[in-house]
Every structure is written in structure tokens, then in C-alpha cells.
Write a protein that binds this ligand. Structure first.
Ligand SMILES: Cc1ncc(C[n+]2csc(CCOP(=O)(O)OP(=O)(O)O)c2C)c(N)n1
Length: 279
């Protein structure tokens, strides 16, 4: 188990990785990757039962993670590499022709750690619910996690999954929403407001846990509560800041899907400690 200080150090490195990868590629999605960095750090380094050595796409006998908001690929690749799924040096190939690290996660090239392609919003949570049901049928007590965006929560498929998972009593499914209040076109509340998201998930029959997505004590408490097997699927609503950690990316949709040039990347990196070594 890592201490909260160690988790913060890993998250800082992931944020550096994200900035460097997206800047070198000249395209990609830094804003949501930065807002979700602390959540996935806690999940991969202190919560999930997983191992790169025994990982399989079917996830039999282990926990599984689905990135439903597939555009957060820079963060996904960074956390997988830093957790030991593939060499950290491969991060430098983001979005290059022939790379296993495409702009959205793909399984075609067999990138370890990725169970399913994503990028079409809404599908990842549905696939996670399918695997959670499969685990129930197989008598496998492991947990299936899925990360969604709040903009993604405007997708109809999310709410079909909400019905499905509650109907099947999937208490081994833990959904997470990165509530950073921004999406591709602006503020979520201006595009198609979610109003009271907590009440919505409760009304669909889920247990809802609210947490501060940048406070490791709060994040880890939320995951602990989500471990309750009471016949209901879990949704953790993580309150976050879009672009967290880089001042000019914070709180705006402008950096949802835009790469910083070399000068801005240097400005961003100056705000983030290097803790595990750059690639
Ligand atoms: C089905 C589908 N519709 C539209 C898109 C285009 N799209 C990509 S990201 C995005 C906004 C997602 O917002 P959010 O989940 O809040 O992510 P964040 O802005 O926090 O990164 C949209 C509409 C898509 N990828 N898939």
C-alpha cells in the first residue's frame, strides 16, 4: 500500500507524462486526463487487485478497469506504463502511425491492460456491467470498475446501463464519474445540464458516494465504501477540476482536446514535480 504522499508523487508524474505525450503528439486530450489523474492513481496503486504479470483481457480471477471516457487515453497509458504493464518509454509514441498507443484505446495491437476499445462515449460502462454480470455467473467475486466523464453522462447508453446494472443487482460494479463540470463544447450545465446527478443515480437504484477527486483520503474512503456488497451497483461521483495541476488549463473546456505547444508544455511541466523519472 502506498501512502497518500506517495500517491501524490505518482499522480504528479502521471500529469507530467500526460503533458509531454500530448505535446509531442501535437494532439490529444489533456484537460480530463489531468482531472482524473488522482482517481486512477489511487485505483491502480492502492485499490484494484491486479497484476501486469497475470493480466488477461477476460479478467478472470482479477479486478478489471474500463476507461469509458476513451479520450482520456493519455492518462490511461501513463498509469498502465507506470504500473508496469508496458515500458514507460513507449509513452513517447502516443498517436504515432503504427504505435500501440492510439488516440483512443484499441485492443487490435494487444496493448496489455486494455480490455476493450473505447472512445465512443457511453459504451465502456455498459461493457463493464456486462463483465460484472459475467463474473457473478462465474462465481468470480472480483470487482469491475469503469470511469466516465460528466459530459459522457449526457449519453443515453449510460442510463440504459444504469437500469441494467440495478436490475441485475451488480454490486460488483463500481462506476466512477469525473465531475469536472466541463466537456468538449463548454460547461456541462450549459450543454445539457445533469442537474442533481446524485439523485439521478439513486433513483436508478444505485448506491451513490460523493468524494473529492483530488484528496487521496477522500478518494480511498470512497473506494472502501464502494466495496459494500448489498445488491446494488455503486457510483462514485468525484468532484474535480478540469485541467488540475496546470494553471492555464484549470476550470476551462479550452484544453479538453488541444495540445500545448513546446513553450506552453514547458510552462506546464514547471508546475509539476518529476518524481519517477521522465522517459
Ligand atoms: C458517442 C459519442 N458522442 C460524441 C463524442 C465526442 N466527444 C468526445 S469527448 C466529448 C465530451 C466528453 O465530456 P466529458 O465526459 O466531460 O470529458 P472531459 O471534457 O471531462 O474530458 C464528446 C462529446 C464521442 N466521443 N462519442
Amino acid at each position: 500500500m502506498k501512502t497518500n504522499r506517495e500517491l501524490a508523487a505518482i499522480a504528479s508524474q502521471l500529469r507530467r507524462d500526460i503533458v509531454r505525450m500530448v505535446s509531442a503528439a501535437g494532439s490529444g486530450h489533456p484537460g480530463g486526463s489531468l482531472s482524473s489523474a488522482d482517481i486512477l492513481t489511487a485505483l491502480y496503486f492502492n485499490v484494484m487487485e491486479h497484476s501486469p504479470a497475470t493480466w488477461t483481457r477476460s479478467a478472470a480471477g482479477q479486478d478489471a478497469f474500463f476507461l469509458s471516457a476513451g479520450h482520456l487515453a493519455p492518462l490511461y497509458y501513463a498509469v498502465l506504463a507506470r504500473a508496469g504493464y508496458f515500458p514507460v518509454s513507449e509513452l513517447g509514441t502516443l498517436r504515432r502511425f503504427g504505435s500501440r498507443l492510439q488516440g483512443h484505446p484499441s485492443v487490435t495491437d494487444g496493448l496489455p491492460g486494455v480490455h476493450r476499445a473505447s472512445g465512443s462515449l457511453g459504451q465502456g460502462l455498459a461493457a463493464a456491467a456486462g463483465l460484472a454480470l459475467g463474473k457473478k455467473m462465474d462465481g468470480d467475486s472480483h470487482t469491475v470498475y469503469a470511469l466516465c466523464g460528466d459530459g459522457e453522462s449526457e449519453e443515453g447508453e449510460i442510463w440504459e446501463t444504469a437500469l441494467f446494472a440495478a436490475h441485475h443487482g451488480l454490486d460488483n460494479l463500481v462506476g466512477m464519474t469525473d465531475v469536472n463540470h466541463q466537456q468538449i463544447d463548454g460547461r456541462v450545465e450549459d450543454v445539457a445540464g445533469l442537474e442533481n446527478l446524485s439523485e439521478k443515480w439513486l433513483a436508478f437504484g444505485w448506491d451513490v458516494i460523493c468524494a473529492d477527486g483530488h484528496d487521496f483520503a477522500s478518494i480511498l474512503d470512497a473506494f472502501k465504501l464502494a466495496g459494500k456488497r448489498d445488491g446494488k451497483p455503486k457510483m462514485i461521483l468525484f468532484e474535480t477540476v478540469m485541467g488540475k495541476g496546470v494553471d492555464f488549463m484549470e476550470g476551462t473546456h479550452e484544453w479538453h482536446g488541444k495540445a500545448p505547444n513546446a513553450e506552453l508544455a514547458a510552462r506546464a511541466l514547471a508546475q509539476l514535480d518529476e518524481t519517477l523519472g521522465d522517459y
